[in-house]
Every structure is written in C-alpha cells, then in structure tokens.
Ligand binder design. Structure first.
Ligand SMILES: Nc1ncnc2c1ncn2[C@@H]1O[C@H](COP(=O)(O)OP(=O)(O)O)[C@@H](O)[C@H]1O
Ligand SMILES: N[C@@H](CCC(=O)OP(=O)(O)O)C(=O)O
Length: 369
C-alpha cells in the first residue's frame, strides 16, 4: 500500500568528515532509493542537512562557523550547491524535486501551519519529492528548529506521514555512544519511548564534528513522531536501500513503534508548532489532575508564573521542580495570572474586576509532554 515517508539525512552521512567533500556514492544511492520508492507509488519527502557543511567545503573552511552571521552566510553558499547536486542526480532519473526552506515561524501561526500542510500535499500529489531544510540564512535564534531531526519530525507530523527515517552515521541507537563505548548494547526495537529512561540509554548532546545534536535530537524527534502515530527508524545513511528492507518488515536499525492513540493534529500543533512564551509551576494536586485525570488547569493549582505572555499564547506547565509535564494555550495573560495564582475560580471576578474564563488552560487546549 502506498505510504507517506519522510526521510532525513544528516551532514555526517552526506559529507566526508576529514575533507568536507560530498559523499557522492551515498547521495547517489539515496537518490536512486527515493526515486524507486516514488515509482512504487509512495509519497516521499527528503529532509536534507548539509548546507553549512557543503558551504564550508566550498569556501575552504575547516571547521563549523561559530558566529551566527558566518553560519548564515555559509549556509546560503552551501544550500544552493546541495540543491544543484540533488537536481542533477534526480533529473537523470526523471524525478522532479522542489526546495522547501522552513523557519519555525512558518509553523507558529495556525494559518501558516495549515498553508505549509497544503503546499506539501500539493507537491506530493504532483509526484514531486520536496527537499526540506531549515532556512538557516534567515532563521533567528528565538525561532529556530535548531536541528533537522526535530524539523523532520515536525514535517512528518504536519503531513501525517506513516514513516520517519533518520539516516545517520551509525547503524542504530546503542545503550551509549558506540564511538566511545565499543561494548555498548544495540537497541533494535523501542515499544514506548519512555522505556528508554528505564534502559538508561546515554545519548549525549554532541554529534560528530559536523552534525548537530547527536542521538539526543533523534530521540526527541522519535518522541514527536511516535506521539503523532508515525513509525520512526534510526538507521545508517550509507545504506539508504535499507529503507526497502524496513518496509518489508525486516529488523534493520532501531525501530520505534507508533503510539497507539495518536494525539490529534491541532494538539500536535500546540505541542510542537508553537513556541512557549512562559512557564507555569503547578502544585502536586494540579500535576496529578492534569496527568492522571485529564483535567483542565485551574488558577488554584498554580504556584508561580514565569515570563511575559498574552492570553492564548502557548505556555509550559511544569511540576514543582520545573520539569515540563504539559503544554497548552493559556486563557489569561501573565499580569492577570500573577494576581490570581493560587486562588479559587470563584474569587477571580472579584480580584480582576471582571469575569474571565473558569479555567487557566482548558483541557481541549492542553497536551501532555
Ligand atoms: N546512544 C547512542 N547510540 C548511537 N550513537 C550515539 C549515541 N549517543 C551519541 N551518539 C553519536 O551520535 C552521532 C550521530 O549524530 P550526528 O553527528 O548529529 O549525526 P547526523 O549528522 O546524522 O545528524 C553518532 O556518530 C554517535 O557518535
Ligand atoms: N540546517 C543545517 C543542518 C542542521 C542539522 O541538524 O545538521 P545534522 O545534525 O547534520 O542533521 C544545515 O543544512 O547545515
């Protein structure tokens, strides 16, 4: 049955780390694999890193740029070259492609989120393979995906993909970084992403010299995708043809099972599309009411308000030690909340001088993290 596949490939697979030159054999195999998947009727989106790495190679730079303006300039050089290579290779197989450069702000506003969804759907209907990257040249720090693992999971969630493949320079996830712990245990199947905590998997936050985020961002991506009901696979970029094996049911790489009851599209946008503008600290009673009983958040359960935000902004709901437990759209601005925190709902009209919403975050606008 035709499926929608989002395939992300990292810099560590697209370039040779010693020279920064393109790994042409890998790219050619990737192009062949994706074109064949298209011919089999699947809908395919490629999320490709490499703009900064390729830009550095083009300009003869031997390490990743440190300043933002340099990184943005280098990405502008590399992105064009990368697309040129992709277009040459895909064109020789008669496969049309498109460039889609996204910034986080494209997904923050609901109308722009829906617009991005429609554009992807139209491209897929036309049989095109969209090649997505973050718009590194224009993205500003506060509104960045920051890494393409997260970006790919958000794209997969946006288009309601069936599969997310994260292609990297290791064959799968291990109990610890195999680069430093050669005896680390391979992990082949993850039924529930929270079980990784119990397995004590060490992911670090550093990738290779050219990669961003290492396994940490891949696990975060797997969490976003699996809660959207998307099967996620971490496997080797050097052998993209392994995708066929995975689709046939073979145990290749690390496979993450999708959550049985996926979160709906609007709640996914609240959880991952929006950028939280503040934090609400809750007492234990409120944490339990939200987590266990699926209740709305009332002012009585809030102990502290952090940040400045408007009504209907997204906020993080945190337990007493600051660990995020949920996100949601708030019904009061931060100034109002400072006045009513800890109070019973009946007292709100008296304190504020007007009747506001009964809940601070209604359960329809609240998503567990
Ligand atoms: N538990 C782990 N299992 C496998 N690899 C890990 C783990 N923790 C850290 N890593 C590192 O993550 C690296 C891949 O991340 P990264 O360099 O960001 O790749 P990419 O460019 O594909 O995004 C691997 O080379 C490996 O050294
Ligand atoms: N957008 C950046 C890639 C950022 C990124 O996540 O890189 P990687 O860890 O190699 O997937 C670029 O094109 O260089």
């Amino acid at each position: 049955m035709p499926q929608t596949l989002v395939i992300k490939i990292g810099t560590s697979s697209l370039t040779h780390s010693e020279t920064g030159f393109l790994a042409l054999a890998t790219i050619a195999q990737l192009v062949e694999t994706l074109s064949q998947l298209r011919r089999q009727g699947h809908q395919v989106i490629l999320v490709s890193s490499g703009a900064v790495g390729v830009g550095c190679a083009r300009l003869g730079l031997t390490e990743r740029p440190r300043t933002i303006s340099m990184k943005q300039a280098v990405a502008a050089v590399g992105q064009g070259r990368l697309m040129r290579v992709y277009d040459d290779l895909f064109s020789s197989l008669q496969q049309p492609i498109a460039q889609v450069l996204l910034t986080r702000s494209d997904l923050v506003q609901r109308s722009r989120y829906v617009n991005a969804y429609r554009t992807f759907r139209q491209l897929l209907k036309l049989g095109v393979i969209p090649i997505v990257n973050e718009n590194d040249t224009l993205a500003v720090d506060e509104l960045k995906f920051g890494d393409n693992d997260t970006l790919s999971a958000m794209v997969a969630s946006l288009v309601e993909a069936d599969w997310l493949f994260l292609l990297t320079d290791v064959d799968r996830l291990y109990s610890a970084d195999p680069r430093y712990y050669p005896n680390a245990e391979p992990i082949v199947h993850v039924d529930r992403i929270d079980s990784l905590n119990a397995l004590n998997v060490e992911v670090g936050d550093r990738g290779t010299t050219w990669g961003t985020g290492g396994m940490m961002t891949k696990i975060a991506a797997a969490r976003i995708a699996t809660t959207a009901g998307i099967r996620t696979v971490i496997t080797e970029g050097r052998s993209p043809q392994n995708i066929f094996k995975v689709l046939k049911g073979e145990q290749v790489g690390t496979q993450f099972a999708p959550q049985p009851q996926p979160v709906n599209a609007r709640k996914r946008w609240i959880a991952h599309g929006l950028v939280p503008a503040g934090k609400l600290y809750l007492d234990h009673g409120a944490v339990n009411a939200i987590r266990q009983a699926g209740k709305s958040l009332l002012a009585a359960g809030i102990t502290e308000v952090e940040g400045e935000f408007q009504s209907q902004d997204a906020v993080q709901l945190c337990d007493p030690v600051g660990q995020e437990i949920a996100r949601g759209l708030v019904n009061y601005n931060s100034t109002e909340l400072q006045k009513i925190l800890g109070c019973h709902s009946d007292e709100i009209p008296h304190i504020l001088g007007y009747a506001g919403a009964e809940t601070v975050v209604h359960r329809d606008n609240l998503v567990l993290s």
